[in-house]
Design a binder for this molecule. Structure first.
Ligand SMILES: Nc1ncnc2c1ncn2[C@@H]1O[C@H](COP(=O)(O)OP(=O)(O)O)[C@@H](O)[C@H]1O
Ligand SMILES: [Mg+2]
Length: 151
């Protein structure tokens, strides 16, 4: 009941498109998310956690989400932030494995750019109060994160 009541107050603030495979602009969405939340006047701890979760989810769409890319939707209520990231890529075959620290399918090129430590999904989990991931082979992936606003 309490969960449903707070969800009703969630308002979509903005939708940001993510370009697949575009490393030049990668990270720009999470910077915009952080700026926007800062403008609302949220506590720095909340900003930091939301920015980390948004960055890791955005990078995964750039790296693994396929050419079609995806989008980030940012929702805010008086009590929480919700960041929904969605792509139309190949999906994650084994989510449990993907959630394991250090596990990565990053290519040699991605690793040379400094990505592929396999810490993205574990970091998203660590920096969120609720995380749900929906993924299907050939059906894309959505990563939904909630961060409680506690002053
Ligand atoms: N959106 C996605 N679509 C398909 N596979 C993904 C997606 N996000 C993550 N993965 C898979 O999960 C693995 C672990 O992701 P992550 O913890 O962020 O580590 P990294 O990005 O360093 O590889 C990735 O290497 C990839 O195989
Ligand atoms: Mg990652």
């Amino acid at each position: 009941m309490a969960q449903a009541a707070t969800n009703e107050n969630l308002k979509l603030v903005q939708t940001f498109p993510i370009k697949g495979g575009d490393f030049a602009s990668a990270g720009s969405v999470s910077i915009m998310v952080k700026k926007l939340l800062k403008g609302i006047g949220l506590p720095s701890q909340v900003l930091r956690r939301a920015a980390i979760a948004a960055f890791e989810a955005e990078m995964n769409v750039v790296m693994y989400g396929g050419e079609a890319g995806g989008e980030v939707r940012l929702y805010v209520s008086p009590t929480k932030i919700r960041v929904e990231t969605q792509d139309h890529g190949p999906g994650i075959p084994n989510l449990e494995l993907a959630m394991t620290e250090g596990w990565s399918t990053a290519t040699h090129e991605m690793r040379e750019m400094g990505f592929g430590a396999g810490m993205g999904l574990p970091n998203i989990k660590r920096n969120s109060d609720r995380l749900d991931i929906h993924t299907a082979i050939g059906g894309g992936t959505s990563v939904n994160v909630e961060i409680d606003i506690c002053n």
